[in-house]
Design a protein around this ligand. Structure first.
Ligand SMILES: Nc1ncnc2c1ncn2[C@@H]1O[C@H](COP(=O)(O)OP(=O)(O)O)[C@@H](O)[C@H]1O
Ligand SMILES: [Mg+2]
Length: 360
């Protein structure tokens, strides 16, 4: 028996020795940043008239944030979302988004709806009658009912729907399987009370990062925990809380509290975030990581320089003709350097995040 036990133990050891267990990296625990706006400037020019949307705007979005976006029409809310999803580029500054982040985007223009498609085809674009709803197969008629469509309408065309109904259908589509970041641009417009309740219910169960543009005070109070308010001409106010808290804080701001438009004032807001952060998790940055954090900016600068040089080289129209092999080598290197730059920037963000939580 003793012999057998020994043999068992030996084989157990051999087996476990082969198992590869990846230790949790310090950054895995901390990588809460999903996107960051850094000193972003964005404006539009139309007939010599310049509309400023963002000016030296810095903001950090963390996993699980629930952000409500307010502001008059034309103040820049949709532009902000488009910068975030990468559909627009900033004029200056940077918008960094975690690479693996996936968005579900509810477009204000509802451009995802094809007027020629039926309701069924809209929800089941691949054909058939079933739709995957949060990992569960649902019959499209049952799912349509959830969103208060009579199943007899399944074959109606999108073009036959009213504005509010289109909105509802689009919500049904987006909310069937929201990705880890859900962005809704004015989903509450033309929505009846019942659908509004359904939407609130679904969003209250949603665990991902949520960003909603809406003018509906009750709705935002129910669904978000921080506010970004576009007040026109790149004036942006942001605070923790819902719409109601925003109004209270905004009143205070008129009496001299912070409005976020100048760099100094932005700093106050970043400091606000730091506090929240450290309350959650005081952690120490090791000497090795501290050093990595110090070195990264130089490394990033060197990468940027190399990328610029390679880009210039490749832009020479004779280069390929003269030496196609060397051209391809440069092109490949450029791709790899860009990749590396992306990684280094993200790494710096992660380390900086830990550092901030330590320094409190
Ligand atoms: N592609 C564009 N070209 C020129 N001007 C634009 C463009 N996109 C938006 N704008 C202008 O920028 C301002 C902000 O637009 P938008 O972000 O759609 O505002 P909101 O979503 O808050 O109503 C508006 O004055 C709009 O006319
Ligand atoms: Mg808009």
């Amino acid at each position: 028996m003793r012999e057998k036990l020994k043999a068992d133990e030996a084989s157990y050891r051999r087996a476990t020795a082969k198992m590869k267990i990846n230790p949790l990296k310090e950054t895995d625990v901390h990588s809460k940043v999903v996107a960051e706006f850094h000193n972003v400037y964005k404006s539009f020019e139309d007939n010599a008239k310049v509309t400023k949307i963002l000016d030296k705007f810095s903001y950090r979005i963390q996993r699980g944030d629930r952000i409500g976006i307010l502001g008059k029409n034309g103040s820049g809310k949709t532009t902000f979302l488009k910068l975030l999803i990468g559909a627009l580029e900033p004029d200056q500054g940077r918008v960094k988004v975690r690479k693996e982040l996936e968005f579900s985007y509810f477009d204000q223009k509802r451009s995802d709806l094809n007027p020629e498609h039926s309701l069924r085809k809209t929800l089941c674009p691949g054909g058939g009658d079933y739709i995957d709803v949060m990992g569960k197969e649902r019959h499209v008629c049952g799912y349509l009912k959830d969103f208060m469509f009579d199943p007899s309408r399944a074959e109606d065309k999108v073009s036959q729907l009213s504005g509010g109904q289109k909105n509802r259908l689009m919500l049904a589509k987006v909310l069937a399987n929201p990705k880890s970041c859900l962005i809704l641009d004015e989903p509450t417009n033309d929505l009846d009370m019942e659908t509004l309740d359904i939407l609130e219910e679904i969003l209250s169960n949603y665990q991902g990062t949520l960003i909603i543009v809406s003018h509906d005070r009750d709705f935002l109070d129910q669904t978000v925990t921080r506010i970004i308010a576009f007040e026109g001409d790149a004036e942006i106010f942001h605070c923790a809380g819902g719409y109601t808290e925003y109004l209270e804080k905004r009143k205070g701001a008129n009496e001299g509290e912070k409005v976020v438009s100048t760099p100094e004032k932005q700093k106050e807001v970043i400091d606000d975030k730091k506090e929240e952060f450290s309350a959650q998790k005081p952690q120490k940055l090791s000497y090795k990581l501290e050093r990595e954090w110090q070195m990264l900016p130089d490394e990033i600068a060197a990468l940027e320089k190399e990328i610029e040089d390679l880009g210039k080289k490749l832009a020479d129209p004779d280069f390929y003709k003269k030496d196609p092999e060397e051209f391809n080598r440069c092109a490949n290197r450029l791709e790899r350097r860009k990749q590396k730059l992306e990684e280094s920037e993200l790494r710096w963000l992660e380390l900086d995040e830990i550092k901030q939580s330590v320094s409190q």
